[in-house]
Every structure is written in C-alpha cells, then in structure tokens.
Design a protein around this ligand. Structure first.
Ligand code: CA
Length: 744
C-alpha cells in the first residue's frame, strides 16, 4: 500500500494567514451594575489596582490583581476553602461561551468581584465574577488581514489593571487603555511600526505607574523591544531594544554596543535580528528590577543570521532592566547563538530559596531549550540547570561556565537532524506555578522532537516566515510504521520539579501534548486544563488526580482562583488553538470536540450544567478526481508545508478552528486558484498568495490535497486503524458538532 501522507500534526511550518474566522459579536453590552464592592478591598472604583495592592496581595487573597497574581509571578493562591479533601465537590458555578473558534490563552484578572479577560483578536470582556453576567466588552477591531503576521494564532494572554484602567495589547500592535467601569477607550497607542510584521499577544505588566509591553514577529523578521508607557496618559516613558540595529547608526545605549560585538556578518540587522519579548515578565520591587524574557533570532538559522558565529545577544536571554528608566542591569543567555527557535520568553518565577545553606533570591525559568534554570536575580549569576525533558541539542549545562555544551550532532546545516526539544519547546508560554509549601515548581511539559534542515534556497521575504529552516523535512513520512511511531512520539506531561535538587519529584503523563497552564493553591492542589477537554486537580505533594470535569474543548490557558462574598471560585478559559493547536489535529477521541471557546467558573456545590453536545464523527469524503503526477504532488506537499500548514495543519490534519482541506467541497476545489491566488476568500480572512505562488504552484498544492486525502482514506481503511484506533481517529475522522448554543 502506498500511503503518501499522514497525520502527524506536529509540523510547524511557515507563513500562513490564520485569519479565517468569525469574531465574537462584541458590541459593548449595556452597562450593567458593576459588581465592584462584592470583593474584599477598596470598594467603589473598578480596576483600582496599585503597587501597594500588588505588593500586599496576600492580604487580599480573594483578588487576582496581575497576570501572575503577584509581581513574583508564582501563580500560587493562599486560598484554601477548596482543598484536597473537598475538591471532589467542585462543580460548575457559571460558564460563558465566547463565540470564537480560535485559541484562548488568557489568564483572567479578578478585581473586587469583576473578572477581566481576553479572547481571540484581542477582545476584552468584563464579567461579574460571582454571577457570570457580562458587564462590558471591548473589541479593538483588529483588521483581519493582520493575522497573517500572527505566527501562532490570533491569541491574547490577558490584561493588566492599574488605577481604574484596564490595558490590553492587540494583534496589530496597539496598547489600549480602557476605563474599568465601562470599557470605554481612555487612550490608545500604536507601539510598533505597523508596516512590519509585529504582533502583540502577551499581557502587559504595570510597574511604577508605567505599562510595559513587548511584541512578537521574530518568525517573520523584526527587531524586538519592550516599551513602557505612562499609565495615566499613554505617553512613552522608555524603550529597551533586545538586539542591536543598523551598526552604521549610533547605538541606543552601551548595552546595544556590547551586544553588537556578538553578531557577525553585514546583513543581520536587515532582517531585524529578532529577540522579541512576546510573553513573560516579572518584577522585584525591592531590587527595582524588571525581568524580560527574550525570544529567538530572525531568522532561526544562525548560519544565515550571523555567519561566522557569535552569541547574538540578547537572543534567548533573560534580561534585567532598571524599572525606572529601562536601562540594562544584567543578562543571562540560555541558548548562545540559538539556531533551533529556543526562546527564553517562557514564564519566569521569583522566589527566595535555601540553596547550600544560603538564602538565595532566585529567578527560575524552563525555557524552550529543555533545561530548568535557577539564577541569582540580584546579579544574574548562574546557580544551576538540569534537563526537565529529553534534550538532544546539548549534553548538559556546564556548572563552571553556566553555558550549554552543544551536541555536535545537533547541527543541521549539512544534514537534516531530528532534535529534541522541538521549536514548540520542552515548555512554551503555558504558565508554570511555584508552591511555597511543597517548594516545587510545576511545569506543563511538551515532549516531542522536530526534524530540522537548512533551507538552502533561503531568500528574505518580508510578508512570510523567514526561518532559514527547510520545512520540507516536516512532511509526514509515507511509511505507515514510521507514521505510527512518530505519532506515538508526541507526548506531554505535568512535571513537579524540585528547583533546589534540580530533579523531577513526580509526573502525570497526559494523552496529548499542548496541555494548559497551571495554578497551585494553599488547599494543597495543582489545577490544570488538558488538551483532551478536561479540567483537573492534582494533589500538590504527590500528583494524585483528585478531581476532573469534562468541558468539551481543549484547554491551553492557566486557571486562577478568587473569592467573592466568602466563597472561593476557580476559573479557566477554554479554547483550543495557539501554535501547536493550529498546526496539529485535535485529539477527537477524547473530549475536545467543541470548536467554540468558553469561560468556565467552578465552586464547591456549583449547580450549573454544560449543554449537551451533539457530535457526529464524519469519515473523510472522497475528493474530486484530478489528473496528476508524483512529481507534482511532491512539489505540492512541499509548498503546502511552506505556506499553508501552520493554519490548516501539518499533514493536512486541521485543528478544526480553520478549514481542514481534506474535507473541501467540490465548489472549493473548483475555485481553488481563485481562492489561493485570486483572494476570493479574503473577506473571510484567507489572504491571497499570488506573490509567492504561481498557477502551477497552486495546482500542485491542490494535487497534493487530493492525492494525500485519497491515500489517507486508504490508510484509514487498513488494519492500522483497527490496531491504533485512538491514535488515528484524529486523522481519519472529523467531529461535526451541533450549532453552538447562544452565549449566556
Ligand atoms: Ca519563535
């Protein structure tokens, strides 16, 4: 049997314009009675967060005032009304359907009884945290075509609040300040050059009356930076670039001059260099240091980016800044001269730990590169690092130098190599948590490899991905046994990590990769939503599953907990998507079948029920006949994995958020060239690709879709389907659910 395609789904391919989706109907709701005053502190003014309140957050544990709850971003709550003994009685208090199909990654804030959260396309919602009533919503009306610059879905990770305002960064690079009482715009700033492929997905942080925001875009080619704006009026306070610009121009500061000496060649600054700060920050008010996590280079491939080597500062680094003026204090680079997309933007937790009999002020991170780092946050001194997931690009981190020792076999310039971790990382943006009672850091781990190869035909194109990596290497194997083995090699788990001993204490193995972020509580619990459409609680000391609830959709965001009127709640935003979510199939054989997102809130003895989902599973339909050749379909497979698969799925298996092309109708096939090159579906958000694809190219992609679909049908009718039913359901069927219930 010849089976040419398959299912894998861990392909991370470039380009794309993942914008095809309706949005929520987010007209501002009629202003309802604000729920302010039902919480503990500072009744009256909505969103009235200050430095004093955040620094003293443990005195009002019923609130969740900043994205990591506290400036140290431990995501640990002192609330213990819900605990390991009674968590079995946790049940749904209320839920709210977002009406959007894209990934939901936000951590809600809860301030004095009002919950502020965000959804796809940077929309903000304010709900009564007790009843679920929508108080207001704000849609920043991001132009849908800007989604072509969102490498990893049109997601947003939440808001910041300060002195009556709510701040959100938008996919098209704006920072918007909203009045917390009614959601009306107070001020708005464009934080990027909007002619360049910048995006914002991360939550802002507010320190010293300044809103700090970074950006993304390093897959395409931009120069990363963070900017601080005065919270009151949006005027710019300071900006810190993470990589040097054109060396013929004066450097912005001494740090940029130092950094420039670690880059080689004469072209690197033209593609931007990368180093975007697209997610994590934390802050130590005593040291007055703001920590930013810096991303990968533009392009990924260092032989193209900086021929001749060099560490390429400050890529893949944690950088400490003076919070007053944004000036450089120290840095630590996790992956010098990164060439695998190993960002250090991942969650950074501050804690004071006893290490070798000494109290150390540490910063901890599990960046994509697979090592868990403990650093002295006063000065960036390396303390320790060990692998938290299988790592093949380096043998270890040298304790003397604090630098990784690269494995010579991890270099793909001449030979493509399968390397661990993948560009998704051993850990991505999904927040960790630190429990001061157990002393453990809990990590949502991704465990999957990626086949890297050099793109020898690399040519910079400002509207597409520019990685210098050959995504043709990610086309799924045509050998069925290899496919099955590759599918089995995609895993994820919840790891409880001892940061002092630098070792895993326990692990909960999950069925799939790309599970949700984490919350720990004084109730002795760790909460996590999973890719398989369940929200669960585990004991913090041993990892025993003590509660789980089906929610009908995969969860990737992190939960929070809060209290109103003396009752504790646990909340999570559920909605499948994000980088891996879009580029891979959905684990349909479990419970991840609802395509729309949902905000879910639980309490002890909750009485709400989710609506029943009518789900039918539809086998792959036979595509229209098409005359083609092996040469043409091979070319189509390569082009598809270059330009289409980030949105429509690796190996043609879509997430369901965007169309699965194997199910394309006869009409779609008829109009294929008009859609792909003519822009017939631009109004739906499908951009046209006539600048990179000729008529024969579009036809080759179509030939690949037809041929690969036929081959998958044959494969799905074979004995493999019987032998590996759960593994192959994702590739062989699509869940077709009933229309979504109206948002309540
Ligand atoms: Ca990246």
């Amino acid at each position: 049997m010849s089976v040419r395609t398959l299912v894998i789904g861990f392909t991370l391919v470039w380009l794309s314009a993942c914008s095809q989706e309706q949005t929520t109907s987010s007209e501002s709701a009629a202003p309802a009675e604000a729920a302010a005053g039902t919480g503990a502190a500072t009744p009256g003014a909505a969103g009235n967060v200050s430095a004093e309140r955040i620094i003293n957050a443990d005195k009002e544990p019923g609130n969740w005032l900043t994205t990591g709850r506290t400036y140290d971003e431990q995501r640990y709550s002192p609330l213990d009304q819900i605990n390991r003994e009674n968590v079995k009685d946790l049940d749904l208090a209320w839920y709210w359907d977002t009406g959007t199909r894209r990934g939901l990654e936000a951590t809600p804030l809860v301030i004095d009884g009002v919950m502020y959260t965000t959804g796809a396309w940077s929309v903000v919602w304010a709900h009564n945290a007790k009843t679920g009533e929508l108080i207001w919503s704000h849609d920043p009306n991001v132009p849908r075509e800007h989604a072509r610059y969102a490498c990893c879905d049109v997601v947003n990770r939440g808001v910041a609040a300060w002195k009556g305002k709510i701040f959100v960064g938008t996919i098209d690079g704006r920072l918007v300040a909203l009045n917390a009482t009614d959601g009306k715009v107070a001020w708005e700033k464009v934080t990027v050059d909007q002619s360049k492929p910048y995006t914002i997905t991360g939550a802002p942080r507010v320190v010293k009356d300044k809103v700090v925001i970074g950006n993304g875009g390093a897959e395409y080619g931009v120069r990363g930076y963070v900017t601080a704006y005065n919270a009151e009026d949006g005027s710019e306070a300071w900006r810190f670039y993470t990589v040097p610009g054109d060396p013929s121009q004066p450097f912005e500061n001494k740090a940029m001059e130092t950094a420039a000496a670690t880059w080689r060649g004469s072209e690197w600054w033209k593609v931007g260099g990368g180093g975007t700060v697209w997610d994590s920050m934390s802050y130590d008010p005593e040291l007055n240091q703001l920590y930013i996590g810096v991303g990968n280079g533009s392009p990924w491939n260092r032989y193209i980016r900086s021929p001749g080597g060099g560490d390429n500062l400050f890529l893949s680094s944690i950088v400490a800044l003076n919070a007053d003026d944004g000036s450089y204090v120290w840095h630590y680079q996790t992956t010098p001269g990164d060439t695998w997309d190993y960002t250090a933007v991942q969650h950074m937790i501050l804690a004071d730990l006893d290490i070798n009999g000494q109290k150390r002020k540490v910063i901890m991170q599990a960046p994509k590169n697979g090592f868990f780092y403990v650093l002295d946050r006063t000065n960036g001194e390396f303390i320790s690092a060990e692998a938290y997931v299988p790592v093949t690009w380096a043998t270890h981190v040298d304790p003397e130098t604090g630098k990784p020792v690269e494995n010579p076999d991890a270099h793909y310039a001449n030979d493509p190599k399968k390397i661990r971790p993948a560009p998704y990382g051993g850990h991505n943006w999904h927040p960790m948590t630190f429990h001061p009672g157990t002393g453990l850091v809990y990590i949502p781990v991704l465990d999957l490899p990626f086949k890297y190869g050099q793109d020898n035909a690399f040519k910079y194109n400002p509207t597409e991905w520019n990685t210098g990596v050959d995504f043709g290497q990610t086309i799924p194997s045509s050998d069925p046994d290899t496919m099955i083995a590759d599918l089995k090699d995609i895993k994820g788990y919840l790891s409880a990590w001892d940061p002092v001993a630098q070792k895993e204490v326990w692990r909960v193995q999950h069925a799939m990769s790309w599970n949700g972020g984490l919350l720990s509580t004084a109730g002795g619990l760790v909460f996590q939503g999973r890719a398989d459409g369940h929200f669960a609680a585990y004991t913090a000391d041993t990892g025993q599953l003590v509660w789980e609830a089906p929610v009908q959709v995969g969860i990737i965001a992190a939960p929070v907990t809060y209290s109103v009127d003396g009752e504790q709640y646990v909340a999570v935003v559920a909605g499948w998507g994000g980088a891996y979510g879009l580029a891979s199939g959905v684990p349909r054989h479990h419970n991840n079948v609802l395509e729309e997102g949902r905000l879910l809130v639980y309490k002890l003895g909750g009485k709400q029920e989710l609506p029943k989902q009518e789900v039918a599973f539809i086998d792959l339909p036979k595509p229209p006949a098409m005359e083609t050749t092996k040469e043409e379909t091979d070319k189509g497979a390569l082009l598809y994995h270059q330009y289409c698969s980030v949105c429509h799925g690796g190996g043609l298996v879509s997430s369901g958020s965007l169309p699965d092309l194997r199910y394309a109708s006869a009409d779609t096939h008829q109009a294929f060239d008009a859609i792909v090159r003519g822009g017939a579906f631009q109004g739906k958000g499908m951009p046209k690709f006539d600048h990179v694809l000729g008529e024969a190219d579009a036809r080759a992609i179509q030939a690949y879709i037809v041929t690969a679909t036929n081959n998958t049908i044959a494969f799905c009718e074979s004995e493999y389907r019987k032998n590996f039913p759960e593994l192959l359901d994702t590739a062989c069927t699509r869940a077709n659910k009933a229309p979504a219930p109206a948002a309540q």
